[in-house]
Write a protein that binds this ligand. Structure first.
Ligand SMILES: [Zn+2]
Length: 51
């Protein structure tokens, strides 16, 4: 399962693919891959737009 984070409101959800519309802010947001965001997981590739 992949974790996704809404770029607009920060809502996260776990799904195989990101939804078209954010369930939280009801916008067609960009969802960022939030699966692995700790430095330990660097090699696995993290969306660098997530600080
Ligand atoms: Zn949102």
């Amino acid at each position: 399962m992949t974790s996704w984070k809404c770029a607009n409101c920060g809502y996260t959800l776990e799904k195989e693919t990101p939804p078209e519309e954010c369930p939280s802010c009801k916008e067609k947001c960009e969802f960022l891959d939030n699966t692995c965001y700790t430095p330990d997981c660097d090699a696995q590739g993290t969306d660098n737009r997530i600080g």
